[in-house]
Design a protein around this ligand. Sequence first.
Ligand code: FMN
Length: 178
Amino acid sequence: MSRIGLFFGSSSGNTRRIAKMIKKRFDDTTMADALNVNKATPELLASYDFLILGTPTLGEGDLPGLEADCQQPSWAEFLPQLQNVDFTGKTVALYGLGDQEKYPEHFADAMGQLYDFVTSRGARVVGFWPSDGYDFIASRAEEDGEFVGLVLDQDNQKQLTDDRLETWLRRIAGEFGL
Ligand SMILES: Cc1cc2nc3c(=O)[nH]c(=O)nc-3n(C[C@H](O)[C@H](O)[C@H](O)COP(=O)(O)O)c2cc1C
C-alpha cells in the first residue's frame, strides 16, 4: 500500500486536476492515485496515516455535494460516513480551491470545514499557508492570519498555481517524512 492517500471532491474538475498534478510528483510507493471521494470508502481513507485532502468551495461557503448542486455526491455526503474514524496519529495536509473575486466573504470556506472535521477527531494538520497575496474579506479557512492549507484560485490566479503547489509540496514532504 502507498504511504500517502490522496482524496478530493470536485464539481467542475479543477480540484481533480490539481490532485492529478500532485500525484504526478510522487511514485506509487509514496502516494496512491488520486481518488474522488464519491468512489472512496471510509475504511480506505482510514487505512492511511498520511493524507492529502482537497476540496473546492461551492454554494455560499459550502462543501461540494448534492445540496450545492453537484451532479454526484461529494464531501458533504462523505464526511458523515467518517464520523467514527479516529484521526489520532494521522498527519493531514489540506488544499482548497475558491474564487476570491466572486466569493470574497466565503473564500475557500470548505477547506476550513475539512480542517474542523479532522482536527476535532485528533488529526495533526500540516501545510499551513500564508494568506498574503490573496484579496478577500473573510474565510473560514483562515486562522491567525494563515490558511489552514494551500489555497488555489484557478478563476483569478491560475498563473500562480504551479509555483504555489511546488512550494507547498516541498514543505509538506518533510512533514510526511519523505
Ligand atoms: C455555484 C458556485 C459556487 C461557488 N461558491 C464559492 C464560495 O462560496 N467560495 C469560494 O471561495 N469559491 C466558490 N466557488 C468557486 C469554486 O470553488 C472554484 O471555481 C473552484 O475552482 C471549483 O473547483 P472544481 O472545478 O473542483 O469544482 C463557487 C463556484 C460555483 C460554480
